[in-house]
Design a protein. Structure first.
Length: 201
């Protein structure tokens, strides 16, 4: 029995030590990853409203959003982080809204969108078509792109619609803050949250 404990005891001690070390390493790595994500988010927020000195993270009905504050402590707009399905997976956008109009859009993540086509949704030249538009001017389906004067990326319709859906979703949260957005504008766009499977067309 003594011989058994002499063999097992060191192994138990080593096992506990290794477990503690792995736990410590994981926690340290996790903290570093979270800090890196926070830094990336801060840089992306700054791209939406460069003149802001602070971004207050708030929440309404379980939906997070940011309030942009300038140097004189005045509100200059709101930023909503939204996600919708594109061709290859989730497309994540930061949508800035001020005075009931789209101010700027920054794509923070787009999973495997069509190379050379879907990836063009991050191009500010294309995204600028949405700027200064109100809720009723945002396309909710393929046909409305042409009707509302916004060009979908040829060969990347689902990718283009993912961005449009995110803008519609941003306006829905914006309305919850008490701003006047025509109910029919958002109701007409509600179908934009539905995604049919298939490739980009």
């Amino acid at each position: 029995m003594r011989r058994f404990f002499k063999i097992v005891y060191p192994l138990v001690v080593i096992g506990i030590g290794v477990g503690f070390l792995l736990s410590f390493t994981y926690q340290a790595l996790r903290n570093r990853l979270l800090k890196a994500q926070e830094n990336e988010e801060a840089l992306a927020l700054k791209q939406v409203f460069p003149e802001a000195k602070e971004f207050k993270k708030l929440e309404i009905e379980g939906e997070p959003y940011f309030e942009a504050i300038d140097q004189s402590n005045k509100n200059i707009g709101y930023i909503f982080k939204k996600e919708n399905i594109g061709y290859g997976g989730p497309v994540v956008c930061l949508v800035g809204i001020t005075n009931d109009l789209v101010a700027k859009i920054v794509i923070t993540s787009m999973a495997k969108e069509t190379p050379g086509l879907g990836s063009k949704i991050s191009d500010q030249k294309w995204l600028s078509q949405f700027y200064s538009k109100k809720a009723s001017e945002i396309p909710s389906n393929k046909q409305e792109f042409k009707e509302k004067g916004i060009d979908a990326i040829s060969g990347a319709t689902f990718s283009s619609l993912a961005v449009s859906r995110n803008v519609v979703a941003a306006f829905k949260t914006y309305k919850k803050l008490g701003f006047i957005v025509n109910e029919t504008e958002l109701d007409a766009s509600s179908e934009a949250t539905q995604h049919s499977s298939g490739g980009n067309k």
